[in-house]
Design a protein around this ligand. Structure first.
Ligand SMILES: NC(=O)c1ccc[n+]([C@@H]2O[C@H](COP(=O)([O-])OP(=O)(O)OC[C@H]3O[C@@H](n4cnc5c(N)ncnc54)[C@H](OP(=O)(O)O)[C@@H]3O)[C@@H](O)[C@H]2O)c1
Length: 352
């Protein structure tokens, strides 16, 4: 096999476009590459490694002979497409929330729980972008000193909502600056020059679905069902890059110096923490990088076993595209792609 046949669904979206860049940067071995989106994008051309490829409408035929299918569409559409791709013999890496909490679906951040890819049954999920960067900062500390409780407030960029929300922020910003009336479509209120304490629908318990994902997904990825998490997720008028103020309560005290050392030694985390020189992570510094940046590490004045920190990451890269490709790399490295295809072929032979 020269390389797997790879299908990218949602290739015209905010994540899909970055995914193509990451695919080229990481030199992921690809035999055939198929670019798919909705019928609206059929016929558009995108450049991959200097080659122009045409986008196709996603149909069941898109998955014929595919080995790996990356899906970056809404969860409702993922729910329909992923089982068709698995049935066609592919391994699916899904970016949506559709399957994340299903017990048969590994939810993976490879630096933390790469071994979970071993028990996949065709679909693997990436976490929500706000969860990924938080667990990247929590896990190295948790291994040394188990975490009991996390309070997190997020400052999430509009690209977390997708390409159309990025355009809405651009248009609204211009409208506000030119004194024109604004129109809110992707959010319930104007996002330009404002902040919205509202990401995804409200649940009966008063949290939003985004906030609840940060609790449930953290527990699943870190294999730590006892960790308490309370999140407030806020949308801010930033194009790319999510920020989080994270307050952690450990089992025992941990000094900021110890935390810095543990974080600096963890792959994919970069400590940016020199407040005396106004040096701390900011979204403008994380764009285009796969690192999760951590700074403002300090003792939490409200608890003897507490630390506070500020965590920033490119939500389209480590929060989505890069993490998805890292999962695929694990699947390929461990020979799980061929096993998936072999099992499917065997099942079909038996059914004949
Ligand atoms: N944005 C992030 O930071 C982030 C992070 C982690 C996970 N995710 C998840 O990743 C997924 C994609 O997010 P996004 O931000 O890239 O959204 P987006 O910018 O809105 O892109 C959506 C993509 O879905 C395609 N699509 C729509 N209907 C389709 C259909 N019926 N069949 C095939 N493709 C269809 C769109 O194609 P057209 O252009 O043809 O309409 C577009 O390529 C979502 O589930 C999101 O929750 C996003």
């Amino acid at each position: 096999m020269n390389g797997p046949t790879v299908v990218v669904v949602g290739v015209t979206g905010a994540v899909g476009r970055v995914f193509l860049q990451v695919l080229a940067e990481r030199r992921f071995p690809v035999g055939e590459l198929r670019l798919c989106a909705s019928s609206r994008s059929a016929g558009k051309e995108l450049s991959v490694n200097g080659e122009r490829l045409r986008v196709q409408e996603t149909t069941p035929d898109s998955f014929r002979g595919a080995d790996l299918v990356f899906i970056s569409v809404s969860s409702g559409i993922s729910r329909k497409l992923a089982p068709i791709a698995v049935e066609a013999g592919a391994v699916v890496i899904d970016d949506s929330s559709a399957f994340r909490m299903e017990p048969t679906v590994p939810l993976v951040v490879p630096e933390i729980n790469a071994d979970d890819v071993e028990w996949h049954q065709g679909i693997l999920s990436i976490p929500n972008c706000s969860t990924t960067q938080m667990v990247m900062a929590l896990y190295p500390l948790h291994r040394a000193n188990p975490i009991k409780r996390v309070i997190v407030d997020s400052y999430q960029s509009v690209s977390g909502t997708g390409a159309a929300a990025m355009e809405e922020l651009r248009v609204q910003s211009r409208q506000v600056l030119e004194g024109e009336p604004t129109k809110a479509e992707k959010y319930p209120h104007q996002i330009a020059f404002s902040v919205l304490p509202h990401i995804e629908p409200f649940l009966e318990n008063g949290y939003t679905r985004e906030e609840w994902k940060m609790l449930e997904e953290t527990r699943k990825i870190m294999h730590a069902p006892e960790i308490a998490v309370s999140a407030t997720c806020v949308r801010v008028p930033v194009l790319v890059g999510h920020s989080e103020a994270v307050h952690v309560e450990f089992t025992h005290p941990m000094t900021p110096a110890e935390a810095r050392e543990l974080l600096a030694a963890f792959p994919g985390v970069r400590v940016v923490d020199d407040p005396a020189n106004n040096t701390y992570p900011m979204p403008i510094d994380c764009v285009g990088s796969d690192d999760v940046l951590v700074g403002r590490i300090r003792q939490d004045a409200s608890h003897p076993n507490g630390l506070a920190m500020w965590v920033v990451s490119d939500n389209l890269r480590k929060g989505a595209a890069t993490n998805a490709l890292q999962i695929a790399e694990e699947v390929v490295k461990r020979g799980l792609l061929t096993r998936q295809r072999a099992q499917k072929l065997a099942a079909r032979m038996r059914a004949r």
